[in-house]
Design a protein around this ligand. Structure first.
Ligand code: EPU
Length: 337
């Protein structure tokens, strides 16, 4: 079903809870409804796909149409001895899908427990946490190509996934709407416990069952990351910077305790932006209605009533301080509109 709202308040449609409006909001449930919505394309004006609003910062009222996929549902579309493939509608909550997989004894999604947002948004920035990324389980992405008004799908390889990146943030930016995603999960146990204190937490809970891994990840996340319903935020505001290996090695020599990760690209290393911001003295910093979270410096928070502009101003201050202290540029991970 298509629904339409005019001059709509979007405070509760973005996890930062900034107080902005959009000219028009259209929600749809079935992929075919997009043919109707885009039949009169000119009337949409500027448009943007809004999933759960968990990775976006509105800095002003949106003078156009927000299109929100609201279709839900999980269907089994393939199975063999060792795996099961499901097709999940874009409007399904990501964590509901993870819970479904864990209940059905399917492996691959559990480390991505509790990531806020919708399934349709997950391929765009290739969400990731605790040593896993959405790309590890995505097998196909179904989408509507708004330039040709046709429905098509891309294989995992065609999506060109990388760290917090995909074709949807590059060539296809602003051109397609993801309508459903296929995930292939394993029926065979494959615990992924290498990241940080995951292994230790899982052992404390009694060993690497799917339920224990999900519970461990949920408790680690809850201890560090603020609940968006209580404190407006968009998870990590910045990406972990990928720098030349030589630069990273020099920094490591000066700061032996600095976390350092291999990057997927040769001759590069990934630094922890949270550590850089923390060491720059910004963790827990507050400026009026906005601040840097006191348990995870990568997260900027709205203490209530902040505008998008105030968040942006804070983000620039954080970037400036990190640049001054370490000579490193950190880039926002969040989409800024
Ligand atoms: N650190 C600090 N101070 C801080 C934050 C982090 O010193 O305030 C250090 C930590 O001690 C650790 C390192 O930095 O040694 C990395 O921290 P953490 O494991 O918390 O992960 P992260 O790199 O800060 C990334 C993702 C998170 C994801 C975690 C866990 C990005 C941009 N962020 O954060 O994703 O949950 O790893 O895998 O890659 C998100 O994207 O919204 C998100 C929360």
């Amino acid at each position: 079903m298509i629904r339409e709202f005019i001059n709509h308040d979007i405070r509760d449609l973005n996890s930062f809870h900034v107080e902005q409006k959009c000219n028009r909001l259209i929600t749809f449930e079935r992929a075919e409804e997009l043919d109707e919505i885009f039949a009169d394309r000119a009337s949409l004006g500027e448009w943007y796909t809004l999933g759960g609003g968990n990775n976006i910062l509105f800095t002003k009222d949106f003078q156009g149409t927000l299109i929100h996929p609201a279709g839900k549902g999980i269907a089994i579309v393939g199975e063999d001895e060792t795996s099961l493939t499901i097709e999940v509608q874009a409007g399904e909550e990501w964590d509901d899908m993870v819970a479904w997989c864990v209940e059905h004894e399917l492996w691959g999604a559990e480390n991505l427990s509790l990531i806020p947002g919708t399934v349709g948004a997950s391929p765009v920035q290739n969400i990731g946490a605790y040593g896993a990324e959405a790309k590890d389980i995505i097998s196909r992405v179904h989408l509507f190509d708004t330039t040709e008004c046709r429905h098509l799908s891309l294989s995992c390889k065609e999506c060109r996934f990388a760290y917090r990146d995909s074709i949807f943030k590059q060539e296809l930016r602003g051109k397609t709407i993801i309508t459903s995603v296929e995930f292939t999960l394993s029926k065979i146990a494959q615990p992924n416990l290498h990241y940080g204190d995951v292994c230790q937490k899982v052992e404390e809970l009694g060993g690497p069952t799917l339920k224990n891994i999900r519970q461990a990840i949920c408790s680690i996340r809850n201890a560090k990351l603020p609940d968006t319903k209580v404190l407006g935020n968009a998870g990590s505001f910045f990406k972990n910077p990928i720098v030349e290996k030589g630069v990273a090695d020099t920094m490591k020599a000066e700061h032996p305790e600095m976390p350092l990760y291999p990057a997927a690209v040769a001759e590069k290393s990934k630094l922890a932006a949270g550590w850089l911001i923390d060491q720059a003295g910004m963790k827990g910093y507050r400026n009026g209605k906005v601040g840097v979270h006191d348990r995870q410096a990568l997260v900027l928070v709205n203490y209530g009533g902040a505008s998008g502009g105030e968040v942006i101003e804070l983000s620039r201050e954080v970037q400036r301080r990190v640049k001054e202290c370490f000579g490193i540029e950190i880039e926002p991970e969040v989409n800024i509109l």
